[in-house]
Design a protein around this ligand. Structure first.
Ligand code: IMP
Ligand code: MG
Length: 178
């Protein structure tokens, strides 16, 4: 597919186009708005992959909220999960008593999220849930996954925040790297 953004490198096919993503993110915004009728809501974006999704999602949520980030590293430059999760940054803000919604780009093996749940829960949030744009449904289902954008094919996907070795995050669509 010819796209000047990819520098001539092969990106096989568009799996979710821009309009489809925008429609679903607006719906997710409505779902999140309705799910939290009261209380303090803190969205925690898991960097780097969630940065585009989070930016669109927060603008589709029509209630007060705050934003923070988590940096966990589970992948090197490869395309398979290492199973190791290092925490490089976690929110300095108090989580106690707040609704925490962890925003993730994609759930693959689920190891990244599973390892984060215990750490976040130990900080005493009022509730703890996950909003994932994509879920490959490979992992055993995590009870905290309350909002899912799309069920993803078992391919390696790039774009809309998702990378391969740091490339392709800026594609406005989600494509199969092939
Ligand atoms: P898990 O721990 O195996 O669930 O991996 C989750 C993390 O791996 C995500 O936050 C992504 O950063 C990365 N990842 C998993 N699958 C893909 C993919 O298809 N494309 C790009 N990144 C992926
Ligand atoms: Mg990644």
């Amino acid at each position: 597919m010819a796209d000047p953004r990819t520098g001539g490198r092969a990106v096989q096919q568009v799996v979710f186009d821009e309009a489809t993503i925008a429609r679903r993110v607006r719906e997710l915004g409505r779902e999140v708005t309705q799910a939290y009728p009261d209380g303090d809501l803190l969205l925690i974006g898991l960097l780097k992959g969630s940065f585009v999704f989070l930016a669109d999602l927060v603008r589709a949520i029509e209630r007060p909220l705050r934003v923070d980030f988590l940096i966990a590293s589970s992948y090197g430059t490869g395309t398979t999960s290492s199973g190791e999760v290092r925490l490089l940054y976690e929110p300095s803000a108090a989580l106690a008593g707040r609704h925490i919604l962890l925003v993730e780009d994609i759930i693959d093996s689920g190891r990244t999220l599973a390892s984060l749940m215990d750490r976040l829960r130990s900080r005493g949030p009022r509730s703890l849930a996950i909003c994932a744009l994509l879920d490959k449904r490979i992992a055993p289902p995590l009870p905290e996954v309350r909002f899912t954008g799309f069920v993803a094919p078992p391919a390696f996907l790039v774009g809309y925040g998702l990378d391969h070795a740091e490339d392709f995050r800026h594609l406005p669509y989600i494509a199969d790297l092939g």
